[in-house]
Write a protein that binds this ligand. Structure first.
Ligand code: JD8
Length: 272
């Protein structure tokens, strides 16, 4: 009887222990939701075999300021930390033969799962030449997610089963071949972070607003001091102080430049 009582007390303790852990988890996730979704903050996790490639960039002025201000939280994780076995092997030769190595599925999947569990799961992106090409519309979409998890491959890429199992959004930064996903991840971070409210100064972010939307033109030419350099002078209109005229000149310059260099940015008819 005494034994039974002891047992039931222990069971209660156990059940209470589990529910307390669950409760703590719910509170933790709730606080993350408030932080990242309601307060417009952003957490970015980068999964890579070469974390040192990211460290210089993350310490850079604009991003560092945002990190220091608590607006963005960038965390870099080394996939190798999830490798098991004596040699912590993360890559292996491709089945079917061919050059190079392929990232093994186990350390990658386990790394993604562990990192996703640290907070409410984020938008999971794989940087790969096979991905949809990144553009400013996609950047704006990513900037509205409270959390991004960026997976960088290396070598010949990741085992296809990682993709089939975890179904990341596959993105490419452009039609050229990089050595790995790290530089692409930095491009994504750079483009996304400047859209998070408070990262840029007010002046800059207002300007961003006026350029968002579907019609995008190239920038007009900029000039600063000196007024004359090696016989080249600044266009007179910029020295007049006539702001309506300056705005008109700049708009014309933007349109001409876009027509000449990037006609693809203009909807048909507008460039004529
Ligand atoms: C991830 C490995 C290199 C790719 C063999 C050596 C993005 N726009 C982009 N260009 N390239 C990448 C990219 C390249 C990568 C990896 C992204 C992982 N590589 C491989 C296949 C052929 N090379 C990218 N985003």
């Amino acid at each position: 009887m005494i034994l039974n009582a002891k047992c039931s007390i222990q069971n209660d303790k156990c059940a209470a222990g589990i529910s307390i852990v669950h409760f703590a988890f719910v509170i933790l996730h709730l606080s993350f939701c408030i932080k990242y979704f309601l307060l417009n903050l952003m957490r970015i996790d980068v999964l890579t075999l070469f974390p040192e490639i990211l460290s210089g960039y993350v310490g850079q002025s604009l991003l560092k300021r945002a990190v220091d201000a608590g607006i963005v939280d960038v965390r870099v994780h080394n996939i190798r930390d999830w490798a098991t076995g004596k040699h912590k092997q993360v890559d292996d030769r491709p089945f079917g033969g061919g050059p190079g190595m392929v990232l093994r599925p186990e350390p990658v999947v386990e790394c993604v799962e562990a990192v996703q569990q640290q907070a409410p799961p984020g938008r999971f992106v794989l940087l790969t030449p096979q991905g949809r090409r990144l553009d400013q519309a996609k950047v704006e979409e990513l900037a509205t997610c409270g959390r991004l998890v960026l997976l960088c491959g290396r070598y010949e890429g990741v085992d296809q089963r990682v993709i089939d199992l975890l179904q990341p959004e596959e993105l490419s930064i452009g039609d050229y071949i990089l050595g790995g996903g790290e530089v692409a991840a930095m491009v994504v971070i750079d483009a996304v972070v400047r859209l998070v409210p408070g990262v840029l100064g007010d002046e800059e972010s207002n300007r961003q607003d006026s350029f968002s939307g579907e019609r995008r033109l190239l920038e007009f030419p900029q000039y600063t001091r000196p007024r004359e350099y090696r016989g080249m002078t600044v266009p007179d209109v910029l020295m007049t102080g006539n702001h309506p005229e300056i705005a008109k000149w700049r708009a014309e310059q933007s349109l001409t430049r876009t027509r000449e260099r990037r006609a693809d940015l203009l909807e048909s008819g507008e460039g004529e």
